[in-house]
Design a protein around this ligand. Structure first.
Ligand code: PAF
Length: 282
């Protein structure tokens, strides 16, 4: 555990501190977050502490990745709580810039990742991945860290970030960290707090259904039939709308065809005010 958690607010200071560590031969890990910390975020910190010498977390609720009717206003913001949790976990430094530092006057550049960023979440949340890709590119370029850690809970986001780092020659190694779940299987998410107690009881059905659908596909059942079965299961359990349940190639997110491919079953479904996403390997 570190004694003090330094909070830096400017890109200049972030760069200066990270370059100094790297100059001493230390490897630096980056853990980008929007706060609202839970054990899933802390698993990213743990992975960074294990794989690198210095861990820098970032905290910025990025307005550009929220649609006009999404929850930007309601998104949990409590920097003191998050800083305390980061510190207890052993994080060495927190970068918590304000919006003007990240998006200076006249900001006009965006990063958009075609194909893999256009499907699934990209189709249901227009602009979302451009917002994510833009801020993550900025954070990677600003920090120049050796390795950066992202949760597999946002599986498509992880693949989009791997793609942009490869395409833009960003030399930070992008590492995925397995999803952290409640005992009943519900994937941890800052948005779970929007669930009412009754909805919270229904929510674990998402993970159970994804596991069952993956098992059906694994056993050789028709993919479209398994996907349709899973959709019906979710609706029968009380989900209000199913955006998708789909088996995809694990790297490109193209259609899953051959059993030899590494696959992923991904889903997004609404439960009252909350929109839950999850995925399992095939
Ligand atoms: O996964 C998140 O919390 C965000 O999308 C990220 C990667 C921090 C970018 O704002």
């Amino acid at each position: 555990m570190t004694d003090t958690l330094d909070i830096v607010r400017t890109v200049q200071e972030l760069r200066h501190r990270i370059r100094a560590w790297q100059g001493e031969g230390l490897r630096v890990g980056l853990v980008p977050t929007m706060g609202g910390l839970h054990d899933g975020h802390l698993a990213l910190v743990k992975a960074s502490l294990k794989n690198t010498d210095r861990t820098v977390a970032t905290l910025f609720v990025n307005p550009k990745q929220f649609g006009p009717y999404e929850d930007f206003g309601e998104y949990p913001r409590d920097e003191d709580r998050d800083a305390k949790l980061f510190k207890e976990e052993g994080t060495h430094m927190l970068f918590a810039p304000d919006a003007a530092e990240m998006y200076p006057d006249g900001f006009s550049t965006s990063v958009s990742v075609a194909a893999i960023g256009d499907v699934l979440e990209g189709a249901f949340r227009p602009g979302f991945f451009t917002g994510v890709a833009t801020i993550v590119t900025k954070l990677l370029v600003q920090a120049g860290a050796d390795q950066a850690f992202f949760g597999e809970k946002d599986y498509q986001q992880l693949q989009v970030i791997k793609r942009l780092a490869l395409d833009l020659n960003i030399p930070t190694d992008i590492t995925g960290v397995p999803t952290v779940r409640e005992d009943d299987g519900l994937a941890l998410s800052s948005r779970n707090q929007y669930l009412t107690p009754a909805e919270r009881n229904i929510a674990p059905v998402l993970y159970k259904t994804l596991c069952a659908a993956a098992e059906k596909i694994h056993q050789g059942n028709d993919i479209a039939v398994a996907e349709a079965w899973a959709t019906e299961e979710l609706l029968a359990a009380g989900f209000t709308h199913v955006d998708y349940v789909t088996a995809r190639d694990g790297a490109t997110l193209d259609a899953y065809t051959a059993p030899s491919q590494s696959g992923r079953v991904l889903a997004a479904a609404k439960l009252g005010k909350a929109r839950l996403i999850d995925n399992v390997s095939l």
